[in-house]
Design a protein around this ligand. Structure first.
Ligand SMILES: *Cc1c(COP(=O)(O)O)cnc(C)c1O
Length: 376
């Protein structure tokens, strides 16, 4: 299905990626096949469109890529997980190349970067997400500029307009991890990035029932390079996962609208709560990232962090919540919260910090649960 120019994003998310011929099902069915028939010996003109699923995929994979790509007017390459997508982008860096990336990055992305650094594969400069001057000093002579905004879990905001406008070497790549904002709230490609990466495990899937990742780009050479790498490395998404992700994305606009409205309410109530030392949510007018976020996002999303007085207070609160699930990850219909300092590699995170992903439950039910969990 081609996107009609008059259609809003919300409409496209529902209409895109569906079979159209009479008699076809409305939803692209799950095709459970690793290989396809190559044609009969006496039929030399038959050129099968698909040969093997790692290379040519099934139609479900095409449907997901069509919906996600159509949202941004870009080509989409889907992967088996967000990290397969992240790794495919890092793999574009030439041997001996240079990378600039956030000091406060998603921890598995930092893991990929650090592993390549330890192997002598590339060198890395790390800049605090919100240190705009630091970015402007660092981006001039590198091969990959990797930005994540808002950042996980500190909710720092990078000035994407400034970073994209900075002079950089021809051939360098600028990629944004857009998982927290999603393409509905932030358009890195429109701002001038070469690549936008999302863990589809989060808001695109939206139901905490799959792992997948997507990269969008408007550059044919990059899309082709990512597809080549996907075939070789085998980071291909499964048939069930692409079906679930396509089904999930149908409601992404509604889920995000509700989650974001509730996140704003919860952030304001938490900011007034005596047990809370600090709330980190760019939707709060006095948040350090608010002004920049407002200039580059069409909404502030549905993830926030807040800090309680101590490590133990945060641990107790996470164990006390009933409706909000004490679990990692984010972007599901169900609200989840987690203390970050307990995780390996997150020792620098404030000990009392809790990341909260706000789902679609009633905001008053969420607040009662949260208030009871954090109150002494
Ligand atoms: C979850 C996440 C990833 C990795 O995605 P997976 O699907 O878990 O592999 C990358 N970046 C960010 C910001 C994430 O939240």
């Amino acid at each position: 299905m081609q996107r009609d120019d008059s259609w809003s994003d919300d409409t496209w998310l529902v209409a895109g990626g569906r079979p159209e011929a009479a008699g076809e099902p409305l939803n692209q069915p799950i095709v459970a096949a690793s290989n396809f028939d190559l044609g009969a010996a006496d039929d030399p003109d038959v050129t099968p469109g698909r040969i093997y699923s790692r290379g040519e995929a099934t139609a479900g994979w095409d449907a997901l890529e069509s919906v996600v790509g159509g949202l941004e007017g870009a080509d989409c390459v889907s992967f088996a997980s967000g990290m397969a997508a992240v790794s495919a982008v890092f793999a574009q860096v030439p041997t001996g190349g240079r990378i600039v990336m956030p000091a406060d990055c998603y921890q598995a992305t930092e893991g990929v970067a650090a592993a390549g650094e330890a192997d002598g594969r590339w060198s890395i400069t790390r800049i605090d997400t919100d240190d705009t001057d630091g970015w402007l000093d660092a981006v001039g002579d590198v091969d990959l500029i990797w930005v994540e905004s808002p950042s996980n879990p500190l909710m720092h905001v990078a000035d994407l307009h400034a970073i994209v406008a900075a002079e950089r070497r021809p051939g360098s790549l600028l990629a944004v991890d857009n998982t927290f904002a999603t393409a509905l709230r932030q358009r890195p490609l429109d701002l001038g990035a070469d690549l936008s990466v999302q863990s589809a495990t989060k808001f695109i899937g939206g139901h905490s029932d799959l792992l997948a990742g997507v990269v969008t780009t408007r550059r044919d050479d990059l899309a082709a390079a990512l597809r080549r790498l996907r075939v070789i490395h085998g980071g291909t998404p499964g048939a069930l996962e692409t079906f679930l992700a396509t089904r999930g994305i149908r409601t992404m606009a509604l889920r995000l609208e509700r989650g974001q409205a509730s996140a704003q309410v919860l952030a304001e109530r938490l900011a007034d709560h005596p047990a809370v030392a600090r709330v980190r949510y760019p939707g709060l007018p006095d948040d350090p990232g608010h002004v920049i976020a407002a200039a580059q996002m069409s909404g502030f999303g549905s993830v926030l962090s807040f800090e309680l007085a101590s490590f133990d207070a945060a641990r107790t609160a996470c164990r006390r919540v009933r409706l909000i699930r004490h679990a990692t990850s984010l972007g599901g219909v169900e609200s989840t919260m987690e203390q970050r300092a307990v995780l390996a590699g997150q020792e620098d995170i404030p000990p009392g910090l809790i990341r909260l992903s706000v789902g679609i439950e009633s905001v008053d039910d969420l607040w009662r649960d949260l208030d009871a969990a954090i109150s002494p």
